[in-house]
Design a protein around this ligand. Structure first.
Ligand code: MF3
Ligand code: CO
Length: 261
């Protein structure tokens, strides 16, 4: 989507953030169920059905399904696939890394989160890739505080990744504001100098989502029109949370537990 400078960042009341927590918890439960189901031989379509059932049984709506024609409730991206992989009859193999992205709507409010899971025993390098990406997400979440500037988030993500090795950080895909739509202003890059961009305010809700590769940050979209793969076919990891900026600091709305940083 195209963001313009005049695009305002939606501010939520505490009551609206409480509703977004409900959506976030649905996403957390769906992702937990999918993570528990990941095993050798399982297909990504089966994982999609599990997430869809959790969302439906909670009385919520899967936000991805039908989004610009997207055909599933989750994105499932394996190995060199970074994001937006479409669930299929492909079976998971020992050593694969699969990133699962999920979104749900409760009473018109959105939650969006993603995690990476190893299938069976993965190589130490791939395990580290996922750990580094997850750590960089939490570094970014910790910057979601009133008074900070937007670019403090991307700066923290990038510093965390760079300190841990020679990785690629995607530039073509970024995080986003979230609320009454899944993708709202502002775009949130996972890199950059600190102290730039809008001042963060209580009531903003952001989806922070580092996408990190073991090689180049360059990506291509497959002919299915969705699946984003690394140009050099190096493996990738994607982690995401929706976080609210509150008077008391960051509230991670898509965490299973009550996490306030
Ligand atoms: N969480 C993803 C993102 O923010 C959304 C997936 S796009 C969809 O990019 F089409 F699958 F919904
Ligand atoms: Co997102």
């Amino acid at each position: 989507m195209v963001f313009r400078k005049k695009d305002n960042i939606q501010l939520k009341t505490p009551e609206q953030i409480a509703l977004m927590r409900k959506a976030g918890l649905v996403v957390a439960h769906a992702l937990q169920a999918v993570e528990n189901a990941v095993a050798v031989g399982v297909t990504t379509k089966e994982l999609d059905a599990i997430a869809h059932a959790v969302i439906r049984d909670a009385g919520a709506t899967p936000s991805f399904l039908g989004y610009h024609g997207y055909p599933a409730a989750i994105c499932s991206s394996i190995n060199e696939e970074v994001v937006h992989g479409i669930p299929s009859d492909r079976q998971l193999l020992e050593g694969d890394i699969i990133s699962i992205d999920c979104g749900a709507i409760v009473n018109g409010w959105h939650g969006d989160a993603a995690l990476s899971v190893m299938v069976g025993n993965a190589s130490a390098d791939v395990l580290k890739l996922s750990k580094v990406t997850e750590a960089s997400l939490w570094a970014g979440l910790g910057q979601a505080r009133a008074g900070n500037r937007l670019s403090d988030i991307g700066h923290a993500v990038e510093q965390c990744v760079r300190a841990r090795g020679d990785y690629g950080i995607l530039e073509d895909y970024v995080g986003h504001g979230i609320g009454t739509s899944m993708h709202m202003a502002p775009p949130i890059p996972n890199y950059g100098d600190p102290g730039r961009g809008p001042v963060l305010k209580v009531g903003m809700v952001l989806a922070i989502e580092p996408m990190v590769t073991m090689g180049s940050p360059e990506v291509q979209v497959l002919i299915d029109g969705w699946t984003v793969v690394t140009a050099d076919r190096s493996w990738a990891s994607h982690w995401e949370h929706t976080v609210a900026i509150t008077e008391d600091g960051p509230w991670v709305l898509t965490a299973l537990d009550e996490v306030r940083l």
